[in-house]
Design a protein around this ligand. Structure first.
Ligand SMILES: [Zn+2]
Length: 279
C-alpha cells in the first residue's frame, strides 16, 4: 500500500470519509478532491485488472447491452461538434464503443490493460487495440481528433498527468470525452440511513470526481469549452440495480432537460466533454 498527497493539488491535509477493511477514501481539505488513500501499488492493480472484466459470451454481451445507451449518447455528443476523424478510446474493454464509432465512419484505436478485453475486440471486430497502460504509449503530438475514456479516470493514479497527455496527442480543436461515476452524494445519503454498501468499488476506484473538480482539473491542463451532461444511464442486470438505474437515470435526464442543463443530479454518472484550444 502507498500513502499519498492529493494528486490534484499536492496537499497532504485530508479527512477520512469512508473505510472498508484496509481501504479508505479521503477528501482533500484544500481542493475537495476525493481519493483513495492509502492505495495498492500500480503493479498490484494491473494484476487485478486481468480478472476485472466480465467473462463468458453471455456476460460480455450483457455488458455491451448495458453500456449501449451511454455509448450512443457519447457518440452523438462527439458528432454534434466534429465530423468523423481519428479516435482513441482509453480503457476500451471489449471494444464495444470502438466498434460503434468504426461503424459510424471513424478511424479508431483502443488501449486496454486487460489482455482478455484487448484480444476480444481484435478478434470480434478486427479492431486495433494496444494491450498496455497509457503511460507506456508513444503517440505523436496532435495525432487524434478525439480521445474518449469511459469509466477510466477513477482508476488512474495520476489523472492530471493523463489529461496532460491527452492534451498533447489531441489536435488543436480536438475533443476529450470522459465518463465517470459520481458516487459520494449517494454514499452520503446511504450512510445517513446507515445502509452498508460498497459503491466506491474499492480498491479499484482511486478517486471520485465531481463535475466541479472535473472542470477544474481539465481547465488546469488547458482544456476549454467544458460541458458536463448526464449522458444516459446504465441499467445493471440484477433486478434492484435495474430499477435503481432506471429510476435515478430517468430522473437525472428529466431534471437536466427541464432545467436546460442547469441541474446535474448528484450521485449518478456524468459525461464531460472539453476541447483543446485552437490557436
Ligand atoms: Zn487537493
Amino acid at each position: 500500500m502507498e500513502w499519498l498527497a492529493c494528486s490534484l493539488c499536492s496537499s497532504k491535509e485530508q479527512k477520512k470519509l469512508h473505510q472498508e477493511g484496509d481501504y479508505c477514501m479521503v477528501r482533500c481539505l484544500r481542493c475537495g478532491f476525493i481519493y483513495q488513500n492509502p492505495r495498492p501499488s500500480q503493479q498490484e492493480l494491473l494484476q487485478a485488472y486481468q480478472i476485472y472484466l466480465p467473462e463468458g459470451d453471455e456476460a460480455i454481451e450483457g455488458w455491451g447491452t448495458m453500456m449501449e445507451p451511454v455509448f450512443q449518447k457519447g457518440a452523438n455528443l462527439i458528432e454534434r461538434s466534429l465530423p468523423s476523424g481519428k479516435l482513441l478510446d482509453v480503457g476500451t474493454g471489449y471494444g464495444f464503443f470502438l466498434a460503434l464509432m468504426q461503424s459510424r465512419g471513424w478511424e479508431v484505436m483502443g488501449l486496454e490493460v486487460s489482455s482478455t478485453g484487448a484480444d476480444y475486440g481484435r478478434k470480434r471486430w478486427g479492431l486495433s487495440i494496444l494491450n498496455q497502460p497509457w503511460e507506456e504509449t508513444s503517440f505523436h503530438n496532435e495525432e487524434f481528433d478525439v480521445v474518449t475514456a469511459f469509466y477510466v479516470v477513477e482508476h488512474l493514479p495520476d489523472p492530471l498527468a493523463f489529461f496532460s497527455e491527452v492534451h498533447r496527442i489531441l489536435r488543436p480543436g480536438g475533443m476529450i470525452l470522459v465518463r465517470y461515476p459520481h458516487t459520494t452524494p449517494i454514499k452520503n445519503i446511504l450512510s445517513l440511513m446507515r445502509i452498508k454498501n460498497d459503491l466506491y468499488h474499492l480498491p479499484f476506484h482511486l478517486s471520485d470526481f465531481s463535475p466541479r473538480i472535473m472542470r477544474w482539473a481539465l481547465e488546469k491542463k488547458g482544456f476549454t469549452g467544458i460541458k458536463t451532461v448526464i449522458g444516459g444511464f446504465t441499467t445493471p442486470s440484477n433486478l434492484s440495480g435495474k430499477w435503481a438505474g432506471f429510476i435515478f437515470g430517468n430522473l437525472a435526464e428529466t431534471l437536466y432537460r427541464l432545467s436546460r442543463g442547469r441541474i446535474l443530479l448528484p450521485g449518478v454518472s456524468k459525461t464531460t466533454i472539453a476541447r483543446k484550444v485552437t490557436p
